[in-house]
Design a protein around this ligand. Structure first.
Ligand SMILES: NC(=O)c1ccc[n+]([C@@H]2O[C@H](COP(=O)([O-])OP(=O)(O)OC[C@H]3O[C@@H](n4cnc5c(N)ncnc54)[C@H](OP(=O)(O)O)[C@@H]3O)[C@@H](O)[C@H]2O)c1
Length: 293
């Protein structure tokens, strides 16, 4: 079994980005790419994700800023924040750490982001361009998964990819990217969700199984074909008394048993999560280079 090691790969790509920042920005007297994140409320997981993004920015030589607001901020005020970030010439790209509090309509905030600064790739303009295979910012998690597949040389053409979960940020876009007519794609894709009857029937047919359900340990060895490639997107904080943080990260796949049956698998932590952050850095670099017109 091969471990699809997001840690090693993300470090390698970060080194490539750092080199590009030095050569194409700093050595030419230009400002380093600048990523801003907006964090609303005090959710511990969101705080950790934003802190990790800041740390990664520092590692590659990006500038980063975090705009923090209380959970009771009004929707109008947050839309003003979007205006401010859209107009700030010093910021190349920005993200809103999701989820936002329930009283704020996420789609309203996202639709107001300038698509050229939408480095999370959630704006409908980027989503539509992705659908049409036009230059765009790909959503970070699917982009990270595609990079992992590409860099590990996982053959996708003609393979049966089964995706469990159809969220707008993971399952649906990754199924689209893998089914389209292009290199590192050309797969036959089945997209499963909560209305799928007999999910195991499909998962057992998968040459490549991508799991993004938000159900910890859902995929067990009996659901996986021998020698399949398994990509676990799930991320769950499970209480653990023996760790400093008091929790341990677990995925949607039962790693211990599935890893004995498959040919390759992403660990949690150390898999897709790290590739997601790297994808965000890659998008920010693209934004700073004005690659998307
Ligand atoms: N590693 C990363 O960087 C990263 C990034 C994003 C998300 N995540 C993690 O990935 C997981 C999924 O998140 P998400 O935002 O993509 O998904 P989500 O919005 O929570 O949606 C879950 C999807 O799974 C389907 N589903 C749930 N239970 C099911 C069941 N018992 N049988 C069949 N389908 C089922 C749902 O079907 P319906 O559509 O029918 O409801 C839905 O499409 C979470 O653990 C999240 O924390 C990780």
């Amino acid at each position: 079994m091969k471990l699809l090691d997001g840690k090693t790969l993300s470090e390698q790509i970060k080194a490539e980005i750092a080199r590009e920042v030095k050569e194409n920005f700093l050595d030419k007297g230009l400002n380093a790419p600048h990523l801003a994140a907006v964090l609303v409320g005090e959710d511990p997981a969101s705080q950790t994700y934003v802190a990790n993004k800041e740390k990664s920015c520092r590692e590659v030589g990006f500038m980063s800023s975090v705009y923090r607001y209380p959970a009771n901020i009004s929707e109008n005020k947050l839309l003003e924040v979007v205006d401010f970030l859209n107009n700030d010439q010093d910021i190349d790209g920005f993200i809103f750490q999701l989820p936002l509090p329930a009283h704020i309509k996420e789609h309203k905030v996202i639709e107001k982001i300038n698509p050229l600064k939408d480095v999370d790739g959630f704006h409908p303009s980027n989503t539509g361009r992705m659908m049409l295979n036009l230059p765009c910012f790909l959503p970070a998690t699917p982009f990270g998964i595609m990079t992992l597949i590409e860099r590990y040389g996982i053959e996708t053409a003609g393979k049966h990819v089964v995706v469990l979960g159809r969220s707008n940020i993971v399952g649906t876009p990754v199924s689209l990217l893998l089914s389209r007519k292009s290199v590192h794609a050309n797969a036959t894709v089945t997209l499963c969700h909560s209305y799928t009857r007999d999910i195991k029937k499909y998962s057992l047919e998968a040459d490549i199984l991508i799991v993004a359900m938000g159900k910890q340990g859902f995929v067990t060895a009996d659901m996986v074909k021998k020698d399949a490639v398994v990509i676990d997107v799930g991320m769950h904080r499970v209480p653990a008394s023996d760790t400093k943080s008091g929790f341990r990260l677990k995925g949607d796949v039962d790693f211990a048993e599935v890893s004995r049956k498959c040919s390759a698998i992403t660990p949690v932590p150390g898999g897709v999560g790290l590739m997601t952050i790297v994808a965000l850095l890659q998008n920010t670099l693209k934004a700073a280079k004005k690659e998307i017109k």
